[in-house]
Design a binder for this molecule. Structure first.
Ligand code: RB5
Length: 148
């Protein structure tokens, strides 16, 4: 699995922790910034990473900002992306099992690094269940094909 990672200025600390986690888990990743402590615009980081996941360059993407909201809204604009904004472990598991999400967004101003790492670990290791859930995702894919 190859993971693309990015944050804005509101998510640099948790992004660093996620980098350590990916290394510990032996998961290949690339960090796309930001390399700054000053203010940047979250779409400038979310959209390129989402495009890299959508085109298959990376299997999954993880995005962090202050709330996770800007990052998740941005990523979900990209065709083929199913990005979940997650702040609890139950949803991290469920969104992999049911939604086959290929991107995860979290907010550093919402949760601490301990919970963020648990969420990322569960999200990275939980498989999609398929079955009736695949039918629902197919409906989203069909909508994208016809409307985007
Ligand atoms: C930046 O101040 C903040 O708006 C951003 O990190 C994020 O929370 C947006 O959704």
């Amino acid at each position: 699995m190859k993971v693309a990672l990015a944050s804005d200025h509101g998510g640099v600390h948790i992004r660093k922790e996620i980098r350590n986690l990916l290394e510990e888990m032996g998961i290949e990743y690339q960090d796309f910034g930001c390399n700054c402590e000053s203010s940047v615009d979250y779409p400038d980081y979310a959209l390129p990473v989402a495009q890299k996941v959508a085109n298959g360059e990376f299997d999954r993407g993880i995005l962090i900002c202050g709330t996770g909201i800007g990052m998740s809204i941005s990523a979900n604009k990209v065709k083929g992306i199913r990005c979940a904004l997650v702040h609890d472990v139950f949803s991290a598991k469920a969104t992999r099992q049911h939604n086959d999400t290929n991107m995860l967004a979290m907010g550093e101003r919402v949760i601490g690094p301990g919970l963020a790492l648990e969420i990322a670990k569960v999200w990275l290791t939980t498989e999609f269940e398929g079955g009736r859930h695949a039918r629902r995702i197919e409906k989203l894919t069909n909508y994208e094909e016809q409307n985007l």
